[in-house]
Design a protein around this ligand. Structure first.
Ligand code: ADP
Ligand code: MG
Length: 241
């Protein structure tokens, strides 16, 4: 589904991503871990098309997307989670997701929709909310932190992703919230490919079938969660033992 070959990203003299080769199969749940500054977010931005690779190629579902900008990659199905700021605190969870559904369908936010069209948008929004175990009613701003992060995922689902990029979705969550999120990510539709950057290793090991480890811009290990956990190199670079 996703095929990165020798991708590098430089910021001036700093090579933040250094010849990364990575292949992710359709439907895979892949975690990307590594110390702060390893280049994980830079790599995500490069996959999404917000940053350009300095060298290397990226293909997505057989299309070379290396030269495509973020909107075109989004139309092919590469989606990153919305940031917090994009939640409308005063709107209900349902309305937040309904706006994302309308945007995806190209129905302007202020455009009038006949009753049947509105009902259809709301039905779809409700399905995305259900996947994230959120209630439709009540202002988004009243949700606890964990619920707000799940709402962001529901809004990303409204964009009909085929590859979902989640950058530290469990950041700031309590242990109970992150365990719940991990279960929900694991249970996302099987055909959806998920790439997740996460520091919480309980989440990583609960979600991922495959883990890649990035350190100083390079992939230093790659394998099943068990293999990665056992790798001496990973333990030195990341797990701190
Ligand atoms: P991670 O997400 O793994 O913590 P980042 O991808 O955010 O790491 O950062 C990788 C390296 O690139 C860091 O040294 C960071 O300071 C640097 N970096 C990230 N974004 C920029 C930028 N826009 N300009 C210059 N340096 C950057
Ligand atoms: Mg980061």
């Amino acid at each position: 589904m996703l095929d990165l070959r020798e991708v590098s990203v430089a910021f001036g003299a700093l090579t933040a991503v250094d010849r990364v080769t990575l292949r992710v199969a359709r439907g895979e749940r892949r975690a990307l871990i590594g110390p702060n500054g390893a280049g994980k977010s830079t790599l995500f931005a490069t996959i999404a098309g917000a940053l350009k690779a300095s060298s290397g190629t990226i293909s997505f579902d057989g299309n070379d997307v290396t030269r495509l900008g973020e909107p075109r990659r989004a139309r092919l199905g590469i989606t990153r989670t919305f940031q917090h700021s994009s939640l409308f605190d005063g709107l209900s969870c349902l309305d937040n997701v309904a706006l994302a559904v309308r945007a995806e369908r190209g129905v302007g936010l202020r455009a009038w929709l006949p009753r049947a069209g509105r009902a259809d948008v709301e039905r779809e929004a409700a399905r995305h909310l259900e996947l994230m175990r959120l209630e439709p009613h009540g202002p988004a701003g009243d949700l606890p932190h964990g619920g707000q992060r799940r709402l962001e995922v529901a809004m990303a689902l409204a964009r009909k992703p085929r590859l979902l990029l989640l950058d530290e979705p469990a950041a700031g969550m309590s242990a109970a919230e992150s365990a719940e999120l991990a279960a929900l990510i694991r249970d996302l539709p099987a055909e959806l490919t998920v790439l997740v950057v996460e520091h919480d290793l309980d989440v990583v090991f609960a979600v991922a079938s495959h883990v890649s480890v990035l350190a100083a811009g390079s992939v230093i290990a790659d394998g099943s969660p068990e293999q990665v956990r056992a790798s001496a190199e990973v333990q030195r670079a990341y797990l701190g033992t």
